[in-house]
Design a protein around this ligand. Structure first.
Ligand SMILES: [Zn+2]
Length: 451
């Protein structure tokens, strides 16, 4: 890759040229012209578009649309020692992610009314290196705040069906969830659900100790299956759009297929850790692997890949959910007390690509799962594709370059990772936001909202 200024100053703000440009028609040799932060020309390579800045891709590089990660816990304000907008968005940019949607909880206050949304926006505004949008929260007693939050641009609402992990974001029971779904249906918003059932988890064995098997038994598939069934039926009854977050139990795939076939307005995501890690490989006391729902057996992972390939699962997003080192309880390795969450904002593309490639799945499919479909989930019509009129959010990706994960090179605030020393394929070399390269020093991210 090389870069040179234009001779005459006319033409586009930025031109990118390469043999491998991931357009909506697949990977083709193209020149891409960017003006005013948007993609305004896509022409055959060789047409010689001129630009104030010209980027020539190397032979081993693919130009990708920036990924859209709709499941990120930034935790600021309130738990800024866990993560923050500057560190999270630097990690995103380093991983080729150019838009994140922040989850409503783990920050204080949680995003459950307009004042809290404004507090978040004030925190994010001057320190975001990628574009940032927000989910609202649905908790007991805040039904009257849903419409005002919607009007202020949140992309939808998250609820839990069991304890969320933080006391200031209580969970809904299924009747409360249905009541809020009915409200959201009135203005065609979306309910996104952490689908594990509180009653089922209460009856499962307790998770204490350093044995992963015991932790796994404490978060049984049945707890997910029951909750997913509730989401499906309540979505069916209310007509709301509903989305199952971080699906881990492959047992739920047949009923999701069935619901989709029936026309229930349902979408489903899974995460890199469920697609790349297995319960069998988790060492005793390795709480970096703890997340909820949990990483399950290898056979389960295979079925999740099948579900992705047949479209039962719509998209792959990170569920980046960091905490401080001490809350991960790395020293004692007790799965009962450690914070549950895997932080992979920076690694998601490499993780999913490494595994996809091993399975003979093309890069274009990975882009579909991690950029196109998440943008569609939140109806973001300016992002997620390398296409005319879209924001020039782009990354230069070297799919065949391999590396070994070095936690010291992760940009998120507390670089705890189950992927340390894991060999991966695919390096993000440069990332552009609305046509300007993200340099990690000057925050150029914007706050985005619905519509
Ligand atoms: Zn989450």
């Amino acid at each position: 890759m090389s870069q040179s200024g234009a001779v005459d100053g006319t033409g586009y703000d930025l031109v990118l040229r390469g043999q491998r440009v991931m357009t909506t028609a697949g990977e083709v040799a193209r020149e891409v012209g960017v003006t005013g932060g948007r993609i305004v020309a896509i022409e055959p390579l060789g047409n010689g578009l001129s630009g104030a800045t010209v980027v020539e891709l190397a032979d081993d590089e693919v130009l990708l649309p920036g990924l859209v990660d709709t499941h990120v816990h930034v935790n600021e304000p309130g738990r800024t020692d866990w993560e923050g907008f500057a560190s999270a968005t630097r990690a995103a940019a380093a991983g080729g992610v150019t838009t994140i949607i922040d989850m409503p909880l783990n920050s204080i206050p949680p995003t459950c009314d307009v004042a809290a949304l404004e507090a978040k926006q004030d925190s994010a505004r001057d320190q975001a290196f990628v574009d940032v949008g927000f989910w609202g929260g649905a908790i007991p007693g805040n039904s009257a705040h849903l419409r005002p939050l919607h009007d202020r641009g949140v992309f939808g609402f998250k609820c839990f069906l069991l304890h969320s992990g933080v006391d200031e974001f209580p969970h809904l029971d299924v009747e409360e969830m249905e009541a809020d779904m009915a409200i959201l249906a009135e203005f065609d918003s979306i309910m996104i659900v952490h689908a594990e059932d509180s009653r089922a988890i209460d009856r499962a064995p307790s998770p204490q100790g350093d044995k992963y098997g015991r932790f796994l038994a404490s978060r049984p598939r049945g707890a997910e299956n029951v909750a997913v069934a509730e989401v499906i039926e309540r979505a069916r009854w209310t007509g709301v759009r509903a989305h199952v977050l971080h699906l881990s139990s492959s047992d739920a795939l047949p009923m999701i297929r069935s619901a989709k076939r029936d026309g229930v307005r349902l979408t489903v995501e899974t995460c890199p850790h469920y697609l790349t890690l297995t319960a069998e490989e988790v060492p005793d006391g390795a709480t970096a692997y703890k997340c909820c729902p949990p990483i399950r057996e290898a056979a389960n992972r295979e079925l999740l890949w099948e579900g992705l390939l047949d479209g039962t699962i719509d998209c792959v997003v990170s569920d980046h959910s960091p905490s401080t080192l001490d809350l991960k309880d790395l020293e004692n390795g007790d799965f009962g007390v450690a914070w549950g969450g895997v932080s992979s904002l920076q690694l998601g593309l490499s993780l999913v690509w490494t595994e996809a490639r091993r399975r003979g799945i093309p890069l274009s499919q990975v882009v579909e799962w991690m950029a196109v479909r998440p943008a569609e989930l939140i109806r973001l019509t300016s992002k997620g594709k390398l296409a005319l009129g879209y924001d020039a959010d782009l990354s230069v990706f070297a799919p065949d370059q391999s590396y070994v994960v070095d936690p010291a090179k992760l940009r998120h605030k507390n670089p705890i990772t189950p992927y340390a020393q894991k060999p991966l394929s695919g390096v993000v070399r440069r990332t552009f936001l609305r046509g300007a390269e993200i340099d990690g020093r000057t925050p150029t991210g914007r706050l985005i909202g619905r519509g």
